[in-house]
Design a protein around this ligand. Sequence first.
Ligand SMILES: Cc1ncc(COP(=O)(O)O)c(C=O)c1O
Ligand SMILES: N[C@@H](CCCC[NH3+])C(=O)O
Length: 439
Amino acid sequence: MHLHGTAKINQNGHLEIGGKDTVELAEKYGTPLYVYDVELIRKRARAFKNTFTKLGVPAQVAYASKAFSTIAMLELIKEEGLSLDVVSGGELYTAIKADFPVEKIHFHGNNKSDEELKMALDYKIGCIVVDNFHELHTLHHLCSERDQKVNILLRVTPGIEAHTHDYILTGQEDSKFGFDLQNGQAETALIFAIESNYLNVLGLHCHIGSQIFETIGFILAARKILDKMSKWQEELNFTPSVLNLGGGFGIRYTDEDTPLDPSSYVEEMINEVKKETERLSLPMPEIWIEPGRSLVGDAGTTLYSIGSSKDVPNIRKYLAVDGGMTDNIRPALYDAKYEALLANRANEQPKEKVSIAGKCCESGDMLIWDLPLPDAGTNDILAVFCTGAYGYSMANNYNRIPRPPVVFVENEHDQLVVKRESYEDLLRLDLPFKEKTKI
Ligand SMILES: Cc1ncc(COP(=O)(O)O)c(C=O)c1O
Ligand SMILES: N[C@@H](CCCC[NH3+])C(=O)O
């Protein structure tokens, strides 16, 4: 079993994270429960930042908060000196409430509403990553009404097919995101922005997908963009100061995954950009990246209690937990794979293979198929690893199941940072049906 970060098995045979016994955490806070290893998040954040510092390249590492956005998490990211990528008014609002330095906030999204753009302008955030012509023209118009200038990046689709799940591919030509680099859209957008008195183009952005293990996709994307930059330097006399190569750095969920460490991704990207800029006689741009999963993914563990079980003789044994696709939709959505163990019997050898079912009214609500476990049963605590990214942030209330709380652990301390949703919370926005509809 691969244990991440500070996770270890203690002398009681229990899983421990951040110096805290997870069986005690499950007793204290109940299950399901998301537990985050703060030390590991810090380690990942520093690995990204330090690599840029070591290479002497001006950079911004912006945490992609869609991976996991709560006030405490953004406070931690602020403490580590990172920038922040938000992708909706809600994520921006969370950042503001976390007192995140506005100049370090970058706003993404392929369909930002006028209200969201106005909110970004009101808060004077660091930059808006413009995705399409509608947004470009709207932003110009809104800025001219207010006589306000705004920093932008243009998001381009470089025409790269990264090797990952189809639903999380974003850099290919046939994508809903960004201005196409090859067919002239990006250039048209750039000319409009350069001519606008209100849009200050800092540079270009691309994001080729998520859970990527190879650097070749990033390298090809950088090459294609730098090639265009060189053309634009010559023809438009425009030299961008920023090249944002997005996020997408993969992590290890199971043995099938073969990620690089953060510094290797960064080093290879930088080497390529340095080489290409020299070849094309371009100034070295500031490099921005937007890791989400690789900062928090393996720092999160979900604790569940096992409840019922069902034997289908000669076929399969199901064990059901008190959560499922409501707190982790990734297996249902992407066929994502996870590793897990019994937190309360972590030193016992596996005896059988069981399949872990969620509690939702869906046959597809299965968390793990054929998981090797000791003879597990009711009241055992199952710890599912690597749920830190796109777990809580994609959680939902299907079947009116309340979302679990989040606890941060570090140096033998535990701290509740998101409370468990209550039944009252579920009904908070409901209104009674008072009158019959008049026809
Ligand atoms: C524009 C953008 N930046 C950054 C990310 C973060 O990706 P990841 O969590 O894979 O690092 C995403 C999500 O894929 C994204 O869409
Ligand atoms: N939500 C996805 C990643 C999508 C990233 C957003 N562009 C996942 O869980 O893997």
